[in-house]
Design a protein around this ligand. Structure first.
Ligand code: FAD
Length: 490
């Protein structure tokens, strides 16, 4: 089955050059060799043209929030790719910028010899602008391919105000798309002409990423002009670690997901969001693994499309709860970004939320902190400080505490717009999964996005849903969590 046209978007009007030397797959967002429609499309093109395939995976050093943490995670993935692609008839070129703008010109140099470029069509961060700018500069077709989620982004032509509304839409629309699954390994059994090397002129100026950097050398990382204040996270990046994380989740945590996922001290969620963010694993692989475990078939889908949170997929209650997060909530934000609705997170809020927050903008705030206080976990609230320390140290935060974290930033900042800016800054700087459509939706949710008004009307929040550390501590045990993240970092 060829990759469906709903997922492929020509980004310029340039031709395919039949006499080019190779097909170029420019991997920027879907950093994985498996279940990847973009790689699959590039293989299709190579086979049709009878040309070699070059995979260029780049890592810039001047993107917002570039740090040891984010770089290490991507570099781990590149190491996996080097080993993986070595077994296939593909030329893999990992390129890591060693100075600002050093990579400029590489894509054009490759494009000058390519038949066409296949690129990743990701709807957030600086990536849409980068792809559009590149499409204008190259002389061949640049085709952007959507491997983001289960529903192709172009199927929904409107944004949705709530998860409920989106779920109803999915329940009507998804059955036609569920069987359109990317190939597990698009290079398996494929025979392509091989390109032994790129021209020396290219590899001299834009060499293969340094071995020391790829193998994890902290010194090599320190030489790059990125933020060294944000250290590597304790977890490893790359598709190998992503697959291990998925297997562990399915074996040990999924059965408890619906009942216990909100416990801050429990580890009952998947921990997959960093891998999903960097495209090191795709939703199809995750969903497929759940389907396989539960012996699922399309006949199990409910014919109803009432937007109910459970019972539609025909899976166990735990799996339904998980799939609702992975598909409904995740793809809601991808839909919002693809349609440009989430790009300005303040404007993205529903009218009632913007109005109620504006009405309470000048309310007295018993506690007021600025970005530095928040970043350093210097508030009066031990639970909040512990959550912020976890984010700084580990690049992650439990979902329940993440909601509380955002609500308190709203309560303790100078105003809602300042709170929004602080949340975005801290989340995108420290969280491995930040800079994602889910970052915008999660942070927006703290201010009323995809939610409804809640009474009673309160100071600062107005009718935006309120949360408190005291309630959290009443609902769940948090002593162990507090002890774990209590000590300020040295
Ligand atoms: C203030 C705030 C900021 C957030 N920032 C981010 C972010 O930068 N990146 C990010 O991926 N998520 C973000 N979220 C959503 C959510 O907290 C994380 O997706 C989740 O905690 C990731 O952990 P997990 O992979 O173990 O999730 P699981 O519970 O195992 O869920 C599986 C997957 O479903 C998706 N998912 C789960 N919950 C949500 C949700 N509420 N909204 C959208 N998708 C969801 C994620 O892709 C997640 O990896 C944020 C939420 C809040 C309240």
């Amino acid at each position: 089955m060829p990759v469906s046209s709903e997922r492929c978007r020509p980004s310029n009007a340039c031709p395919i050059r039949d006499d080019g030397d190779f097909v170029l797959y420019w991997m920027t967002a879907f950093r994985r060799p498996f279940y990847n429609f973009a790689l699959q499309r590039a293989v299709e093109r190579s086979l049709a043209l009878g040309k070699p395939l070059v995979v260029l995976e780049g890592l810039r050093c001047d993107y917002p929030f570039a740090s040891d943490r984010l770089h290490r995670f991507v570099l781990d993935g590149m190491t996996d790719h080097m080993r993986h692609f070595a077994a296939y008839p593909v030329l893999y070129h990992p390129y890591v910028e060693v100075g600002s703008q050093a990579g400029k010109g590489l894509l054009e140099a490759l494009a000058a010899r390519a038949c066409l470029i296949v690129a990743d069509d990701y709807p957030a961060f600086f990536l849409p602008r980068m792809i559009a700018a590149a499409a204008d500069r190259v002389p061949v077709l640049l085709e952007a391919v959507d491997a983001n989620g289960i529903l192709p982004l172009r199927v929904a032509d409107r944004a949705f105000p709530t998860a409920y509304a989106f779920r109803r839409f999915l329940q009507k629309t998804l059955p036609g798309h569920l069987l359109d699954v990317p190939l597990a390994d698009p290079l398996a059994g494929v025979s392509l002409p091989e390109l032994k090397s790129l021209p020396e002129r290219i590899t001299t100026r834009w060499p293969h990423a340094d071995e020391a950097l790829l193998s994890g050398s902290p010194e090599a990382l320190k030489r790059l002009p990125i933020d060294h204040e944000v250290p590597p996270a304790p977890i490893r990046g790359g598709f190998v670690a992503a697959r291990e994380t998925l297997a562990r989740f399915l074996d040990e945590r999924l059965p408890f997901y619906d009942e216990r996922r909100s416990e801050p001290e429990g580890e009952f969620t998947s921990g997959l969001s960093p891998y999903l963010h960097f495209g090191q694993i795709g939703s199809h692989e995750i969903l497929g693994a759940i389907f396989a475990r539960e012996g699922w078939s399309p006949g199990r889908l409910s014919p109803e499309s009432r937007g109910k949170r459970s019972g539609w997929w025909g899976l166990s209650a735990a799996a339904e709860a998980f799939v609702d997060q992975l598909v409904t909530w995740r793809e809601l934000s991808f839909n919002g970004c693809a349609l440009g609705e989430l790009n300005d997170p303040w404007r993205a809020l529903p009218d009632w939320a913007r109005q109620t927050l504006a009405r309470h903008r000048d309310d007295f705030r018993p506690y007021r902190y600025d970005l530095q206080d928040f970043a350093a976990a210097r508030t009066h609230d031990p639970l909040w400080n512990a959550a912020q320390r976890q984010l700084r140290l580990e690049g992650r935060m439990h979902n329940y505490l993440r909601m509380l974290w955002g609500k308190k930033i709203l309560e303790w900042s100078a105003g809602p717009e300042a709170a929004l800016a602080i949340m975005l800054e801290l989340n995108d700087r420290y969280a491995l999964d930040g800079r994602d459509p889910n970052s915008l939706s999660g942070i927006g949710w703290c201010l009323g996005l995809y939610d409804r008004a809640w009474g009673p009307e309160r100071p600062i929040f107005g009718t935006v849903r309120y949360m408190s550390s005291e309630n959290t501590a009443r609902k769940f045990p948090v002593k162990g969590y507090l002890a774990r993240y209590d000590a300020p970092e040295s």
